[in-house]
Design a protein around this ligand. Structure first.
Ligand code: FO1
Length: 307
């Protein structure tokens, strides 16, 4: 079975790891590139990095980014040179960004560079950047418009987001579009709908390609809160409402036929009728993934359910 997971950030990455553990699944993960940014002259792709490190077992699981046990000698040296160091790049992580940047400078696409890195790290799933072009998320706030990492890491998501846009040509990577078109199942991971999934679906042709396949979306919001990150607060400050139903409404507003089945956590079982009212089949499951086994169990259940 060919499964494509749309992912960005922690939740979608964990679920992708669940599918990667299933022997009968041929997995491709379409990764958000809206968080990408340059630091120390190198291209950092946080959502691709999180997938590379999670699927290879290198991830710092506590933080959800970076390499476990990484050291910071280069970071300290950058500080001595007077570089901005609010974005922490560990020594091993620095090699990832340097290698990627070299491959791109030599003419590789981001898709090809990512494939080479995944292969080198022993990952058999395909990690497909949603776009090979620059497609950067910009956050509008009362204090002006900010690049995503500036808002997310430097300002710790203060001030509140009042608008989100994407900067770039909006062209989907051919390999990502093709994987979606050939998928038996597309899973929209429990990632931030606005800044992780939204930028993927905003690429030309992507939402239409996804909508044409059987699609299951997993809510990143449980009992009104995101397990990690600003999704719940962003949904509210951007006027999309609160709770898991707001996530379903957000996808419904993008394309009424996008999502066939919407997965609520057990804590939100009472919301199932509201999901059905939107024309999506509700499914109520334990969605909190504490262990690797939890990830595989959720993935197996989704493969087994008929969207
Ligand atoms: N997140 C932080 O909160 N602080 C950091 O210093 C930081 C560094 C970093 C370096 C490489 C990388 O791939 C990711 C990094 N992240 C950091 C995580 C990341 O920026 C965000 O979690 C994502 O963009 C949100 O999905």
């Amino acid at each position: 079975m060919r499964v494509v997971v749309l992912a960005g950030g922690t939740g979608g990455t964990k679920l992708a790891h669940g599918f990667a553990q299933l022997p009968d699944v041929e997995l491709a993960v379409v990764a958000n590139v809206g968080d990408d940014a340059e630091f120390h002259g190198l291209l950092v792709c946080p959502d691709i990095d999180a997938l590379l490190y999670t699927l290879s077992g290198l991830i710092d699981a506590e933080r959800g980014w970076g390499v476990a046990g990484d050291t910071h000698t280069a970071h300290d040296m950058f500080a001595r040179f007077g570089e901005e160091t609010w974005f922490t790049v560990g020594d091993a992580d620095l090699a990832t960004h340097a290698y990627r940047t070299r491959l791109l400078r030599e003419g590789a696409s981001l898709t090809d560079a990512t494939a080479a890195m995944a292969a080198a790290l022993g990952i058999s799933a395909r990690i497909l950047p949603a776009s090979d072009e620059r497609w950067r998320t910009r956050i509008r706030t009362d204090a002006g418009e900010l690049a995503f990492q500036d808002w997310f890491v430097r300002l710790r998501t203060e001030p509140a987001a009042i608008g989100v846009s994407h900067d770039g040509p909006g062209i989907a990577a051919p390999a990502a579009l093709e994987a979606v078109a050939n998928a038996d199942l597309v899973v929209i991971g429990p990632s931030n709908p606005i800044v992780s999934i939204g930028p993927i679906l905003a690429l030309a042709g992507m939402a239409t390609a996804v909508a044409a396949r059987p699609v299951i979306a997993v809510s990143p919001i449980i009992a009104g809160e995101a397990l990690k990150g600003p999704a719940a607060r962003m949904m509210e400050s951007l006027g999309h409402g609160s709770g898991a139903v707001a996530v379903a409404r957000y996808y419904h507003a993008l394309d009424a036929g996008l999502v066939d089945r919407f997965v609520l956590d057990e804590a939100d079982a009472a919301l199932a009728p509201d999901i059905a009212d939107l024309g999506m089949a509700p499914a109520v499951l334990p969605t909190i993934m504490r262990t690797d086994a939890d990830r595989a169990t959720l993935a197996r259940t989704l493969v087994g359910s008929d969207p």
